[in-house]
Design a protein around this ligand. Structure first.
Ligand SMILES: Cc1cc2nc3c(=O)[nH]c(=O)nc-3n(C[C@H](O)[C@H](O)[C@H](O)COP(=O)(O)OP(=O)(O)OC[C@H]3O[C@@H](n4cnc5c(N)ncnc54)[C@H](O)[C@@H]3O)c2cc1C
Ligand code: FES
Length: 274
């Protein structure tokens, strides 16, 4: 039974530097029975606490099919995230998980799949991309569009190279500011749409990234003719309890921590502020 109110101790196995301010933490629960039973779904998130500092939410970035460990990718911006960046393998975190709803996976079988990610928006989408690639034959055309500020600001550079080698998916990347290593496209992620073949009626799009990017992506997808419930995104909100009790994450009648963070555009457009 997974306890959502009580943090469970998790041991950090590995910390990978992704960019100058972003690291990926792979961990497992210290209690072997809890660890063996622990399951989560793509799109769900954890509340991670650094003992004596505080707690903060992070989306799973790992493949839910790979049990035994799980991972989050964290950008250092404040108290909890900076304290996490100062940690080492073997250190302990408190983890409450799995929280929130999840991306539709079974429901989108048979469709072409389009991912549009910006910067640190790729981690939660990676937790969906990888289980989808585990059953690649269940989907049609598979396209990943990724935009970052600079080449160095891209997360998962090794994994991006692996995806780029695959014949059964299309990965296109762009940066706002190129450097001498970059010979790919330059510009915002929406400029990649014209380089891809997309059939809006047959495609489900998943997008995650900075709010301004998501706004332009959704605007373009709607203009292309995507049905409103074929555009899936995640919403971020200040959170405390993560389990629908404190009201901190409310937008209108929705609690982002339990009704979300995954929503279709049909649902988002009904919210009072978006
Ligand atoms: C469902 C969900 C999933 C998330 N997934 C990830 C993830 O995978 N990786 C990741 O790096 N971050 C993620 N975040 C954001 C992450 O939770 C915040 O960066 C973190 O809470 C900051 O904590 P802190 O103590 O380091 O910062 P604080 O010291 O609390 O704040 C530092 C600064 O950041 C601002 N800030 C803090 N939290 C938020 C927020 N939620 N929205 C807007 N501004 C904020 C504060 O106003 C302040 O200016 C997610 C947030 C949510 C709600
Ligand atoms: S964070 Fe408490 S209700 Fe959502």
């Amino acid at each position: 039974m997974q306890k959502l109110y009580l943090p469970q101790l998790a041991v950090i196995d590995q910390i990978v530097d992704e960019t100058a301010d972003t690291k990926t933490f792979t961990m497992h629960f210290d209690n072997p029975h809890y660890n063996a039973e622990f399951r989560y779904l793509s799109g769900q998130f954890v509340e991670a606490s650094v003992l004596g500092v505080g707690e903060a939410p992070f989306g799973f970035c790992s493949n839910p099919n790979r049990t035994g460990t799980f991972a989050v990718t964290v950008r250092a911006i404040g108290r909890v995230t900076r304290a996490m960046h100062a940690m080492h393998p073997g250190d302990l975190l408190g983890i409450r998980a799995p929280l929130g709803n999840h991306f539709p996976l079974q429901e989108v079988q048979g469709y072409d799949i389009l991912f549009v990610a910006g910067g640190i928006g790729l981690p939660p989408l990676r937790s969906l991309i990888e289980p989808m690639l585990d059953m690649r034959e269940k989907f049609g055309r598979f396209t990943i569009l990724y935009g970052a500020r600079t080449p160095a600001d891209r997360v998962y550079k090794t994994r991006l190279e692996e995806w780029a080698q695959r014949k059964d998916l299309t990965l296109l990347q762009t940066v706002d500011v190129p450097d001498e290593t970059w010979n790919g496209p330059v510009g915002v992620v929406t400029t990649l749409f014209e380089r891809t073949h997309i059939d809006p009626a047959a495609t489900v799009a998943f997008t995650c990234g900075p709010p301004v990017m998501i706004r332009f992506v959704i605007q373009d997808l709607l203009a292309m003719g995507f049905p409103e419930d074929h555009i899936i995104s995640t919403l971020e909100r200040y959170m405390k309890c993560g389990v629908g009790k404190c009201g901190h994450c409310a937008i209108g009648h929705k609690y982002i921590c339990v009704d979300g963070p995954v929503f279709s555009w049909r649902q988002i457009k009904k919210l009072p502020e978006r």
